[in-house]
Write a protein that binds this ligand. Structure first.
Ligand SMILES: O=C(O)c1ccc[n+]([C@@H]2O[C@H](COP(=O)([O-])O)[C@@H](O)[C@H]2O)c1
Ligand SMILES: Cc1cc2nc[nH]c2cc1C
Length: 349
């Protein structure tokens, strides 16, 4: 993990500025393509290229279980994690559908599902059969967190070897909004009640219980808010650790990564706290309905591309946002300049 941190360089500011200047030579009033122009500048800064390509994208879904599910904090039973892994492997989940629309392969990685996974095509990187219950003991041991982070790094490096030019990372893990909320409360210092939400759809009574479980876990684990790896280890999850590793690896390899919803953004925040230069490589796909997502986005000074009222996870919101990256790069690659097209530039007054 130290090796990957050493490999991360800030994005190329000069390449971004070159893109900014080039955008103003294209046949449109300066700035008229708004956030698409900001995106094009960021993609140039990430890749160091004036006309980068984001084709093909790769989708990686990390799956794991959470000991804290035993506290009754989710609307669904833990078995759903493994059942959804089988669904991903068969191509039937929402992220599979959206991945097909954008021409992305979906790789599913088991980093810690509680049961045996028999579905064909699932990458076995199981660190343990779920985390421990953070209300009772540390969710992970430091070696386990490191192994899960490394599984994320390895998965990204595999995607890059297969040619990926853009990364979409998703997750599946019953009770992972509880783990993510606990991490976020410690990392930002925000009150638990201000960021906890319904996750898969718990009722108000269960929500009260979820807040209490998280507050109890935070007090008992006593993680140092300035030590992101400790926060991840004591309160996080194996798939959250793998996603953290994936964002670190994307940055190390200068690959744009589209961040999905709440859980993904907490992992992204963890990666950025470990290495602030990661932030420049991250593009935020959508705003999740989970209330903590806004807290996490604010902590990263991030403005998501889409606001669809979604709260699914799996990388679904990031996959939906991908065509905007394609549009940004096509704009840079294919639009005529004022000179090319013989269009009069802005009148000099
Ligand atoms: O990505 C999000 O913003 C998001 C918000 C709420 C729920 N989820 C998904 O729902 C599961 C976690 O919800 P829960 O209620 O079991 O903590 C997990 O599999 C996530 O992928 C995802
Ligand atoms: C069915 C189902 C699908 C999911 N995908 C991501 N999290 C999920 C949670 C549930 C419950």
């Amino acid at each position: 993990m130290h090796a990957i941190l050493d490999d991360i360089q800030p994005v190329n500011f000069h390449a971004g500025e070159q893109a900014r200047r080039y955008l103003d030579t294209l046949t449109k009033p300066p700035g008229s393509l708004g956030a698409l122009e900001t995106l094009a500048i960021q993609l140039s800064a990430i890749t160091g290229e004036l006309k980068p390509s984001v084709i093909p994208p790769a989708v990686i879904v990390f799956a794991a279980d959470h000991g804290v599910a035993a506290e009754g904090v989710s609307a669904f039973p833990q078995a759903v994690t493994a059942q959804m892994v089988a669904n991903f492997a068969q191509g039937g989940a929402a992220v599979n559908v959206f991945a097909r629309q954008i021409g992305a392969r979906v790789e599913v990685v088991d980093v810690g599902v509680a049961s045996d996974i028999t579905a064909a095509g699932v990458v076995n990187a199981k660190v343990s059969r779920g985390t421990a219950n953070m209300a009772i003991e540390d969710a992970m041991q430091p070696e386990q967190a490191a192994e899960a982070i490394n599984a994320g790094v390895v998965a990204v490096e595999r995607a890059i070897k297969a040619g990926a030019k853009c990364l979409i990372v998703g997750e599946m893990g019953i009770a992972n909004t509880t783990a993510s909320s606990a991490m976020l409360a410690v990392l930002t210092g925000e009150p638990v009640a201000s960021l906890v939400g319904a996750g898969t759809g718990i009722d108000p009574q269960q929500l009260t219980l979820k807040v209490a479980v998280i507050e109890r876990a935070i007090a008992a684990r006593n993680a140092d808010s300035q030590a992101p790896l400790e926060v991840l280890t004591k309160l996080g999850g194996l798939e959250i650790a793998a996603m953290t590793g994936a964002y670190l690896a994307a940055a190390a390899h200068r690959l744009p990564a589209i961040v999905d919803g709440f859980i993904a953004t907490v992992a992204a925040l963890t990666a950025c706290r470990m290495c602030p230069a990661v932030r420049g490589y991250l593009i935020f796909g959508h705003r999740s309905q989970e209330p903590g997502h806004d807290v996490a986005l604010r902590a990263l000074d991030a403005k998501p591309l889409l606001d669809m009222g979604m709260r699914l996870g799996e990388g679904s919101g990031a996959a939906l946002a991908y065509p905007l990256l394609q549009a940004a790069t096509a704009m840079m690659g294919e639009m005529a300049t004022f000179t090319d097209a013989g269009v009069s530039d802005k009148a000099a007054l």
